[in-house]
Design a protein around this ligand. Structure first.
Ligand code: PLP
Length: 395
């Protein structure tokens, strides 16, 4: 099979794509011409096998009520065994219409109002929104930022897990947006601290397949027999199908399964799954590994391009590739004030990247930008960013 051509930029306008058609979701002043380098959504078409399988399924002509069956479970098990040597038992896999809905179920089912929920900012901001929305308290174990090298503040984490009000931790692994892929040693420390203090871990591993070459993600549940861990995985990031509401929630412990069942099935009547989404999942996991590998190679090259580009035009940024995710987390603070730059990018240079402050106060100064796109598109975005920075520094 020949290599895919990932240099093509497709027209996605008019599909109600959040990234392309609903840019005002970020800022109401944004022009329709703005280059959308925001949102963790790739500009690469899904694998042909997925399109073909969906067409075939639709042509069958029936889209009645469906439930996950053996083919679905085997596809999920096969993927995680092959890629991470993770043996997931069939009856540990639960369906959820997305990772965030699952987090909502877990917050409501496993913690109570006013409980403290530990997160590690700067982090994917819907975590904080869901904690607030379910009347729990955000407890921030802020990551240590040593000039762009992020690590976990374990002594602070120890204090926070020891507080009996804090009953759950949301671990973002790999971490969006800072791009850390936590090492086995770091994960063992986190798990041990939580275990000693009976804190439930929600391990969000949605970005597990988007790692740099030579970097391996470790699923939290593979390093411990601590029973209070719930893991969320999904194919949204891996296969660029973020709009598809299907994710796999992995729970081994029988008591935890009972609580999950009560919360999802009995309180929200979640148990069926969309038939097209299951076909997509099976096809992706069984037939499209080559697609992920090629896309990740291209992303790696884009990161190399980005590093070289910044060295050339903005050398003081000292930017390094992250270990994981297809999101660049960049600080232009040595050149400009980030709020001024954000304003100028939105109002004059027509570039849409995300303001780091959205991910918590500790993200202030940074921008998040997706690099899973044709290189020419990335270059155009960077050219505009450089022009905006030059305008601000020439003032
Ligand atoms: C860390 C993380 N968790 C969850 C989600 C959203 O997952 P879902 O669309 O399945 O709710 C995202 C999407 O960007 C994410 O980055």
């Amino acid at each position: 099979m020949g290599k895919m051509n990932l240099d093509i930029l497709y027209n996605r306008r008019g599909t109600d794509s959040v990234k392309w058609d609903h840019k005002d979701f970020v800022d109401s002043r944004v022009s329709d011409n703005a280059l959308p380098l925001w949102l963790s959504d790739m500009e690469f078409k899904v694998a042909d096998e997925i399109t073909d399988a969906l067409i075939k399924r639709i042509e069958h002509g029936f889209l009645g009520h469906s439930m996950p069956g053996d083919n679905y479970f085997q596809a999920v098990q096969g993927w995680y065994k092959r890629r991470f040597n993770w043996d997931i038992k069939k009856d540990s896999i639960f369906y959820s219409p997305g990772v965030l809905p699952a987090l909502g179920f877990v917050l409501r089912g496993f913690t109570k109002e006013n409980d403290g929920i530990i997160i590690q900012e700067p982090v994917f901001y819907p975590f904080a929104e869901l904690i607030n929305g379910t009347n729990r308290k955000i407890v921030n174990n802020q990551l240590i930022n040593d000039n762009g090298d992020y690590s976990i503040d374990f002594s602070d984490l120890e204090c926070k897990v020891k507080d009996p009000n804090n009953t759950m931790m949301i671990l973002c692994s790999p971490h969006n947006p800072v791009g850390r892929v936590w090492t086995k040693e770091e994960l063992i420390k986190v798990v041990n601290l939580c275990r000693e203090n009976d804190v439930l871990i929600f391990s969000d591993e949605l970005h597990c397949d988007a790692t740099r070459s030579g970097v391996t993600h470790t699923p939290t549940m593979t390093i411990t027999d601590y029973n209070k861990i719930i893991t969320a995985v999904a194919l949204g990031k891996t296969f660029n199908v973020g709009g598809v509401p299907i994710s796999q929630i992995i729970i081994d412990d029988e008591e935890l399964k009972e609580i999950w069942h009560r919360e999802t099935r009995l309180k929200h009547y979640i148990s069926f799954a969309p038939p097209l989404d299951m076909v997509l999942t099976e096809t992706a996991y069984n037939k499209c590994e080559y697609w992920v590998d090629e896309v990740m190679e291209y992303v790696e090259d884009n990161y190399n391009f980005l590093v070289e580009y910044l060295q050339k035009y903005l050398p003081k940024t000292k930017y390094k590739k992250p270990e994981g995710t297809f999101l660049a987390w960049i600080n232009f603070g040595v050149y400009v004030d980030y709020e001024e730059l954000f304003e100028l990018l939105i109002t004059k240079y027509d570039v849409l990247i995300e303001n780091g402050r959205t991910f918590g106060e500790s993200g202030a100064g940074y921008f998040r930008m997706t690099v899973a796109c044709p290189r020419s598109f990335l270059k155009e975005g960077l050219d505009r960013i450089v022009a905006a920075i030059y305008e601000l520094t020439d003032k």
